[in-house]
Ligand binder design. Structure first.
Ligand SMILES: [Zn+2]
Length: 318
């Protein structure tokens, strides 16, 4: 994108009309080579008179499409300008933005804002599994309750819970989340059914390269890491020993703490069903923390392709 922007006011100036928004979207998505989403052919489509619809030139296809087909913006009644502002608000606010606040800021209903928020989260989700290496901190937590990451007393309780919450009944408000973060690298936060080794170890193998050094607390599941081909260092939280030769899990605890403060302070309540989307949103902001606003915004749009998320899908009905 040629124009750089640093704040909401810039966004409104840069994306001052629907045409401009659409052109930017076409540029980011197609880079001058519009591709038919119906047949995938590379033959050049015709642009129709309305300036936004294309017609596929493949003689067996001939279907019409616009740049929003096959993206989170498909069939939206909301102007792209409002989408772009929403995307800016979600990606630049440290803890995100509630659908209530978003509905006020955009002048749309809360239901529409809720849907926009979730579609943006879908856009921010990594399309390929993130692979971490080097030194990787791993920890698990429960979201939805009042557990704090900070106090030793609370940590003790959490350790006790790790042993007792395994087969907890459905309807429990606490949801287990595994966090993995590479030092000076990316963060992955993933909802799990429980915190047994069957839940935790496959996720670690999916996201961390063998041979990496893992820093964890003393939870017994992590004692298996050496067998799986990882180097393993333990932090003894229960004895208040947070630092030992750079062995710590402070980074992942910081990420958990932000996720929890966001959910308590901004979103108030998040159902277990949608928690993974919030994890994606928070991880995205962490993983793009070194990017400028323009760069982060364009990267977010790049993630809009191939992701649709219909309302019925979101609320769990076919
Ligand atoms: Zn086609």
């Amino acid at each position: 994108m040629e124009t750089k922007f640093k704040n909401l006011s810039d966004i409104q100036k840069v994306f001052h009309s629907e045409e401009v928004c659409r052109e930017q979207l076409e540029r980011i998505r197609w880079n001058g080579n519009p591709a038919c989403p119906h047949c995938g052919t590379a033959s050049k489509p015709y642009k129709l008179k309305d300036g936004k619809t294309y017609k596929c030139s493949d003689k067996d296809c001939k279907q019409k499409f616009t740049v929003t087909v096959g993206t989170i913006f498909e069939n939206t009644k909301l102007p792209l300008q409002k989408w772009f502002i929403a995307m800016y608000l979600v990606t630049s606010h440290k803890k995100g933005i509630s659908s209530l606040q978003l509905s006020r800021d955009l002048g749309i209903t809360q239901k529409a804002a809720w849907f926009v928020n979730h579609r943006i989260r879908e856009m921010l989700r990594e399309s390929q599994p993130v692979m971490l290496q080097g030194t990787v901190e791993i920890d698990e937590t429960y979201v939805g309750g009042k557990l704090s990451n900070k106090h030793v007393g609370e940590r003790k309780k959490q350790h006790e819970l790790k042993g007792t919450l395994k087969g907890r009944p459905t309807g429990d408000t606490k949801t287990a989340v595994l966090g993995l973060v590479q030092r000076d690298g990316k963060l992955v936060q993933q909802v799990m059914k429980a915190t047994t080794k069957k839940d935790i170890l496959p996720l670690i193998e999916k996201h961390v390269k063998k041979g990496s050094t893992m820093h964890t607390d003393e939870y017994r599941t992590y004692q298996q890491l050496t067998k799986l081909g990882y180097k393993h260092e333990t932090v003894a939280h229960l004895y208040n020993e947070y630092f030992r030769d750079g062995v710590h899990t402070n980074t992942i605890e910081g990420a958990f703490s932000l996720l929890k403060r966001g959910i308590i302070g901004i979103f108030h309540y998040v159902s277990a069903k949608h928690l993974n989307r919030y994890c994606d949103e928070f991880s995205y902001r962490y993983n793009t923390r070194q990017q400028g606003e323009s760069e982060r915004f364009c990267n977010a749009i790049t993630g809009a392709s191939g992701k649709r998320l219909k309302y019925q899908q979101l609320i769990g009905k076919k």
